[in-house]
Design a protein. Structure first.
Length: 266
C-alpha cells in the first residue's frame, strides 16, 4: 500500500508541476493547501499517508487561472469544474491526468487529480449573512435529492427539480453574488465557500495577500507567507501532527496508473 500511495503522489506531483509552470508563466499566485502545507511544513514533502495534493487561490487569481487553463494544459490532462465543464462533481476545480484511473470510496471514477479551491472576500459588516444563505443552498444543490418521504424532503426535492434544476446556473449566480459583495467591501475576511469542505470560517486578509515559497518534494512551490497562521486557523490547533490512527489514505478503493479512466468506465 505504501508503494501505491507513493506512485499516486508522484503522479500528483507531475500535475502540480504542470500547474506551477502555467501559473508562473502567467503571473498567477497560488498556494499549497491543507495537508500539502502540513506535509511541506513537517516533512518538506507529501505526508507519507496522503494520496493527493491540494492548492488554493484567491478569487482574483482563480478567475485568471480559469480563463487560460483549458488552452494551457498539455495533452493528456483535463480540467473539471462548473465554470467550464458539465462533468463536475464539486464546487472546486480538478486538474486530471486522463491516462490514469482511480475509484474513490464513494464510487466516483476519474483520473489521478489535483484539487484547486478558491477563497473569496467576505465583508465583515454584513447585517444579513447573504453569503451564508447562498452557501447553504449550494450544499443542497450539490448533495441533490433525498429519498425519505417527509414533507420537508418533498419540498426540497421539488425545489431541486424546478428552481434549482440547473446546478451550473445556480453556482454561477452564487459566484457572481459573492464576487459583488467582496468587490464592494472595505473590511473583509476570506472564506472557502467553494472549497472541498465548504464553510464560512473567516481567514485574515493578510494570509491570502502575501506569498513566499516553500520546499516540497525537492522543489520550491508557492505558499502563503503566513502558512502557519493559515494552518492554525484551518485546523484550530498549533500541533499539526496526526495521531497514528489518522495516518491513513482515505480516498481510493481501486487504482490503475496505466489505464485511462474513460477506458475503465467503458
Amino acid at each position: 500500500m505504501e508503494k501505491e500511495i507513493r506512485e499516486i503522489q508522484l503522479k500528483c506531483l507531475e500535475i502540480l508541476n504542470v500547474v506551477d509552470t502555467i501559473c508562473r508563466e502567467n503571473h498567477i499566485q497560488y498556494s499549497l493547501c491543507g495537508g500539502s502545507v502540513v506535509g511541506a511544513h513537517l516533512y518538506k514533502g507529501c505526508l507519507p499517508w496522503d494520496d493527493d495534493i491540494d492548492l488554493m487561490m484567491t478569487r482574483r487569481n482563480y478567475n485568471r487561472f480559469i480563463k487560460i487553463i483549458s488552452k494551457s494544459l498539455p495533452k493528456g490532462y483535463s480540467v473539471h469544474n462548473y465554470q467550464l465543464t458539465n462533468d463536475f462533481e464539486s464546487t472546486f476545480t480538478k486538474i486530471m491526468d486522463d491516462s490514469t484511473t482511480v475509484v474513490q470510496q464513494d464510487g466516483t471514477i476519474s483520473g489521478v487529480f489535483l484539487d484547486i479551491t478558491v477563497y473569496d472576500k467576505i465583508p465583515k459588516d454584513y447585517h444579513f449573512k447573504w453569503d451564508e444563505f447562498l452557501w447553504k443552498i449550494s450544499q443542497v444543490v450539490m448533495i441533490g435529492k433525498l429519498s425519505d418521504k417527509s414533507i420537508k424532503t418533498k419540498i426540497r426535492n421539488f425545489v431541486l427539480s424546478t428552481v434549482l434544476k440547473d446546478k451550473r446556473k445556480y453556482l454561477r449566480f452564487f459566484q457572481k453574488q459573492v464576487e459583488k459583495m467582496g468587490d464592494k467591501a472595505n473590511e473583509y475576511s476570506y472564506a472557502e465557500l467553494f472549497g472541498a469542505f465548504c464553510n464560512t470560517k473567516p481567514y485574515s486578509p493578510e494570509i491570502f495577500e502575501n506569498y513566499t515559497e516553500i520546499e516540497f518534494e525537492g522543489k520550491n512551490y508557492m505558499v502563503v507567507r503566513d502558512y502557519v497562521q493559515y494552518l492554525q486557523t484551518r485546523y484550530e490547533r498549533t500541533d499539526f501532527r496526526e495521531p497514528k490512527e489518522k495516518q491513513v489514505a482515505p480516498h481510493y478503493q481501486y487504482v490503475d496508473l496505466k489505464l485511462p479512466y474513460k477506458q475503465y468506465i467503458k
